[in-house]
Design a protein around this ligand. Structure first.
Ligand code: NAP
Length: 289
């Protein structure tokens, strides 16, 4: 019900440009299922937190583009369901439980991928948490630590585990961190989360610098407000959704497939001259000049 409400708000606010006669000329609507446009045949990809939302879309798009993909998240039932669903589409997918904050789980994810597919070419670090809302100077220490442990430290530690294996592979190799438009425009009540995402952009540049000689490109994606469980406090509350849409040029909330395609591009040869950068996909929320 709440979901339907927020969708109704979003639909009412869709940007319509009109002709002189007043007839609707263009509407920015959610994307139709896109054709497979990148060749990732023979590539092996790890996507963390990939049993729902944006991570699931990324895993699906990578696999639809020919990659073999390892999906993971904290709950076995979610992993099993995701593997079964993607395999129904004929995609090459394996799955394992991985809480990215646990060292043993991170190592198991890497070993499992090597065992199943023999190497790693693509790593998408997608997991994040936001256990508390509030202004920056009201953040409790344990909330700060949890956010930075999962959103930044786990991303770095997993990268550290994976890069030595990527190094051995030929051809296109790519790492993508899922940051946020909040990395550029701090959301005051999501301040610590936003700062963690700004830190991810720093991590992107630092890892890009070390990995360039290894022929591994490293970039980030910065989604706007996307309709997932994670963002449901905004997307299922009509007032919050309206507030989020106000500064947004396209006047619609994002859907996971708005992001899956951008990440697949970053992992492909079409992005062969990009590293240390970020792409914002936020419906016209501005990030920079
Ligand atoms: P989501 O739909 O709520 O999905 C979260 C996924 O993460 C689930 O598969 C969940 O499965 C898994 N997960 C949660 N904690 C985990 C952990 N510690 N280790 C491993 N897996 C974990 O979330 P989402 O909106 O797609 O968010 C994905 C990424 O997009 C995050 O980095 C988020 O910051 C970023 N982002 C989202 C938005 C947005 O508006 N939605 C905007 C900007 C950026 P289990 O429960 O089984 O673990």
């Amino acid at each position: 019900m709440a979901n339907r409400l927020s969708l109704a708000v979003a639909k009412n606010l869709l940007l319509k440009t009109t002709t002189n006669s007043g007839a609707a000329l263009r509407t920015f609507s959610s994307p139709a299922k896109k054709p497979i446009s990148y060749n990732l045949e023979k590539k092996v990809a790890i996507v963390t937190a990939s049993t729902d939302g944006i991570g699931l879309s990324i895993a699906q798009r990578l696999a639809q583009s020919g990659a073999s993909v390892v999906v993971s998240s904290r709950k076995q039932a979610n992993v099993d369901r995701t593997v079964a669903d993607l395999r129904k589409e004929g995609l090459s997918v394996e799955g394992i439980v991985c809480h990215v904050g646990k060292d043993a789980d991170r190592k198991a994810l890497v070993n499992f991928t090597l065992e199943k597919f023999g190497g790693i070419d693509i790593f998408v670090s997608n997991a994040a948490v936001n256990p508390g809302v509030g202004m920056i100077l009201e953040t409790e220490e344990e909330v700060w630590d949890k956010i930075f442990d999962i959103n930044v430290k786990a991303a770095m530690l997993l990268t550290k585990e994976i890069v030595p294996h990527m190094e051995k592979r030929e051809g296109t190799k790519a790492i993508v961190y899922n940051a946020s438009i909040g990395a550029y425009q701090i959301f005051p009540v999501l301040s610590t989360y936003s700062v963690s995402k700004t830190a991810l952009l720093g991590l992107t540049k630092a890892v890009a610098a070390q990995c360039a000689p290894l022929n591994i490109r490293v970039n980030a994606v910065c989604p706007g407000v996307v309709q997932t469980k994670f963002a449901s406090a905004i997307t299922t509350n009509p007032e919050a959704a309206e507030e989020a849409l106000r500064p947004m040029l396209m006047k619609r909330l994002g859907v996971p497939d708005d992001i899956g395609g951008v990440v697949t591009f970053l992992c492909s040869d079409d992005a062969s001259y990009m590293t240390g950068e970020s792409i914002v996909a936020a419906g016209g929320l501005f990030s920079r000049l």
